[in-house]
Write a protein that binds this ligand. Sequence first.
Ligand SMILES: Cc1cc2nc3c(=O)[nH]c(=O)nc-3n(C[C@H](O)[C@H](O)[C@H](O)COP(=O)(O)OP(=O)(O)OC[C@H]3O[C@@H](n4cnc5c(N)ncnc54)[C@H](O)[C@@H]3O)c2cc1C
Length: 504
Amino acid sequence: MTSSAADHPHGPVAAALPDVLREGLGLTAHPLRLGLWGPSGHGRDVASLRGRCVVHWMMHAQRSHANLALDAAIEAGAALGLPVVVLVRLGRGPVEHNRRHLAFMLAGLQDVASGLAERGIPLVIGPPGGSAAGYLAALEPALVTCDEDAMLPARAARAAVAAQLPCPLVGVDADVIVPQRHHAKAEYAARTIRPRIHRVLAEHVDEPHRDPAPVRSLPGSLVDRARAAGLVVADDGVDWDALQSAALEGWSLPLDPPPVDRASGRAAALALLERFVRSGLDGYGSRRNHPDQDGTSLLSAHLHYGHLSVHEVVHAVRARHAELPEDVDSFLEELIVRRELAINWVRFTPGYTQLASAPQWARTTLAEHAGDPRPWSYSMAELVRARTHDPLWNAAQLQMELTGHMHGYVRMYWAKKIIEWSPDPAEAWQVALTLNDRYSLDGRDPNGVVGVAWAIGGVHDRAWTERPIFGKVRYMSLASTGRKFDSSTYIDRWTTSQGQLAID
Ligand SMILES: Cc1cc2nc3c(=O)[nH]c(=O)nc-3n(C[C@H](O)[C@H](O)[C@H](O)COP(=O)(O)OP(=O)(O)OC[C@H]3O[C@@H](n4cnc5c(N)ncnc54)[C@H](O)[C@@H]3O)c2cc1C
């Protein structure tokens, strides 16, 4: 057996899918989207694939339609003459995945269940307690497919499961426009990845979602086996509250924020997209930097849970390009270039949650200023209560705690202030990530990792004029940031809601 894709120096990644497997399984996705997890000797020969079904292990792309990874499972099922079943395994933790995120995710999964039922594709849910490998094995698959994302815990989970499976695990990179494998290294900044993306954009932006129909239905005996293995069969009805309790049972969660009043799932995401394209896109280019105006799409939480595909968003927005070229281009710069730059950094940066992953110039300058006096310092409890001397920071923190979302423009300022108020930048990095990931519905995402790394560690940025504490890392002041938009409207809006904070 040859070496495993998991040996990659930047953490486990899937190897390229051998052509013989891609062609034998009739997979139509772009070859760069397709990968093989686990031992590279696995399943080189389609004729040797034995099993009772193809399982699609749905991880990041939690949607029933417009899903290139699910399409691949159905194509493989057709080639092998086997039924397809979708498995979602509910994990317990990580700690950032608290009640707020779980409620949002489970509400989204209800749309997955109904959407798959419409398509005649069975869904089984693995409650916490059982392992993904165990649930998969119980379904006796000839092949398992999964989607891809760059975060290390998810990559490690795929590698671990692949090592235990008796069949190939094929990963499909469904939630980026340009497949991650197109990039061979971490790009330096937006200006270096932008031309690389634009050079191949036309090749990838119109890759079609086909939503094919499955060729066979799951035999009753396999459904019985799934039940016997502890899987919840969606057709039997799902007690979502019981699943939520099981996921939280025995799980001690510091900073466990309550769910927020926000619709989740594919239907809500598509409605939001439709509304944004109709009435939010006009003026986006300038309004996106005005936290007082709610001028952005609010799609990030839905993109994080994969409720809709990035291809769908691009197509919907591009439909207005002739009318609103600057606004559309500005939005696509964020959605494609900035988002895929973040994914690229996480994929190629080991230890991406630590200051040690920042560029050398930033670490050096921050170290040189490590001894600078910090005029203010706040404990985690004070930050969580939004009780600092800075009204804009407090308002931003309150927006995040109360709604699960912080406006992107104030996110930059918010993270930078934490450097000023922490004993050292390494601690600031951890505090910012912790707060971002636990309160934001779109947290635990490459965008958040890189947002914090940019603000605190100068990642994808350059050196600026030197000043205390920050050294040459870019600084943002209350006075200058507050002048760029109507900060008093923003501050009033969120600080008057402080009374609603429910702190444990
Ligand atoms: C400190 C800090 C923390 C952040 N944490 C997160 C996070 O946890 N999750 C998250 O998705 N984004 C994060 N961002 C990036 C950005 O702020 C959000 O993606 C954006 O505010 C989401 O709101 P929206 O969907 O209305 O954005 P829109 O302006 O409508 O943009 C559309 C989409 O483009 C992408 N996008 C927009 N801005 C950026 C950006 N700067 N970098 C990468 N992609 C971008 C997102 O997918 C977004 O949904 C963070 C930024 C900073 C500075």
